[in-house]
Design a protein around this ligand. Sequence first.
Ligand code: HEM
Length: 105
Amino acid sequence: MLTLLLSFTGYLLPWDQLSIWAVTVGSNMARATPFLGHEGPGHELMGVNPIYDARAFLFGGGEIGPHTLLRFYILHCIFFPLITSLLLAVHFWRIRRDGFSGPPL
Ligand code: HEM
């Protein structure tokens, strides 16, 4: 999941036509998130709309723009690497503690 999220957020960073439109298309899925997307099932219960839903939260606004670039940059370079490093540390710690499950080399 984290590798996918890093790939997705990193793809916007070149900030060219290809990356802007790819992230626009990819993020459209968030519009259909149950309850939290303005086109998703149950959206009327939550009162979400196109400028206040899961996609807008991802974009930092109703449309993709410089604010989205800043948000993706921070997610890509700080937030997701920190979470990934934390999980890698736990992973290696468990390997050291429990041993390797494969046959002895
Ligand atoms: C598993 C880890 C990572 C993955 C899968 C990943 C993935 C990507 C992808 C797919 C791009 C777009 C490249 C392109 O289309 O030209 C990108 C760009 C970028 N990434 Fe990452 N990334 C990772 C880790 C990091 C980290 C740790 C940093 C910095 C702390 C970083 C900084 C950047 C920057 C600055 C760009 C923009 C490069 C450009 O515009 O040419 N990435 N990344």
